[in-house]
Design a protein around this ligand. Structure first.
Ligand SMILES: Nc1nc2c(c(=O)[nH]1)N[C@H]1C(S)=C(S)[C@@H](COP(=O)(O)O)O[C@H]1N2
Ligand SMILES: [Mo]
Length: 316
């Protein structure tokens, strides 16, 4: 086992910011205005040059529960992975502006007693939007610290009442090659699909993100609604979700279909299990230095129980 420096050990009681933001208040005024992921034929991500490497102060002075400073709004919104808008980090912020994100409906169904199609505007009114400061660790070995707003995925799942046969949750991004030009790239099987085991999806850390830095989610970050599962590599956190299905079988994600030997279903952040083309033991904070990668991205206390008895090098 790799030893984690004492300075990086998760405090006994993890601090999660849960300031309740008044229902809808933040959003009401605003009109919701293979390198997951390098493809198999591209070089290791260490070679990729960052677009925003200068140290920009976040301005808020806030940190995550481990004391890591927030990544600036500018970097969070200009250094993105969103292959529907191209494969470099800058394209999403340059190209995603015209995506129509309101009105936006999400269809929740499959093996449930109470299927529903909901408008994101109604989800914002219905559920308290909480702030969650989470680390985001991309499988390419860079990371950020982001103050999201959103609500627990579990709230929505409970409402649709999963049937006993439902074992997994399958998520799908908008399929619209006119608006999402990357979906014309035949290298991948579109739309973007991701999945979680139902018990993972019910974990309190798993949220549907609807904003960041107290503002509505910028299009390049997955507006109007995206998944945020901070103990997993970033590619699990699927953007621009239009469909959530409860299913019996493990879904095949876009990345599993593209390179099954490189991107597994679980994709838990794990410094002990290298990616076939690069080590995962450290990561580059995009506004800081290289730091040790923590098992489950530092959320071990909250999620390790989900994987008891599993060989995480096989279930990668
Ligand atoms: N639909 C969709 N969701 C996606 C991606 C994508 O290409 N398409 N990229 C993933 C990857 S690889 C990462 S690291 C995160 C990046 O989120 P961010 O750009 O908001 O930092 O989004 C994930 N969600
Ligand atoms: Mo990623």
């Amino acid at each position: 086992m790799k030893k984690i420096p004492s300075s990086e050990i998760t405090p006994e009681h993890i601090y999660l910011s849960r300031r309740q933001i008044m229902k809808g208040a933040v959003f009401s005024a605003a009109a919701l205005a293979l390198a997951a992921c390098a493809p198999a034929n591209t070089p290791a991500p260490a070679a990729a040059s960052p677009t925003q490497d200068s140290t920009t102060p976040s301005g808020s002075g806030e940190t995550d529960e481990l004391g890591n400073p927030l990544t600036s709004y500018k970097s969070v919104t200009t250094y993105n992975n969103y292959y529907e808008f191209g494969q470099d980090k800058m394209s999403p912020s340059l190209l995603a502006g015209d995506l129509v994100t309101s009105p936006w409906q999400v269809e929740v169904g499959g093996l449930v007693n109470n299927p529903m199609t909901v408008d994101v505007a109604d989800l914002l009114k219905k559920y308290d939007q909480e702030e969650r400061i989470y680390r985001l660790r991309c499988v390419e070995a860079w990371s950020m610290v982001i103050p999201w707003t959103g609500f627990p995925l579990a709230k929505l799942l409970k409402e649709v009442e999963p049937k006993a046969e439902a074992k997994y949750v399958r998520f799908e991004t908008l399929n619209d090659p006119k608006q999402l030009p990357g979906e014309n790239d035949n290298y991948f099987k579109w739309p973007y699909v991701e999945g979680l085991r139902l018990d993972e999806a019910m974990n309190d850390l798993a949220i549907l993100g609807t904003g960041l830095y107290g503002k509505p989610l910028p299009n390049q970050d997955g507006a109007p609604i995206r998944l945020v599962v901070p103990w997993k590599y970033g590619f699990k956190s699927i953007k621009a979700i239009v469909k959530i299905d409860l299913v019996a079988e493990m879904p095949t994600s876009l990345w599993m279909a593209a390179a099954p030997n490189e991107y597994g279903f679980y994709a838990n952040v794990n410094p002990e299990v290298p990616h076939p083309r690069w080590s995962q033991s450290t990561e580059r904070r995009i506004e800081g230095s290289r730091v040790a990668t923590l098992k489950f991205n530092g959320y071990e206390e909250e999620v390790a129980g989900l994987y008891q008895g599993m060989d995480l090098s096989k279930n990668f």
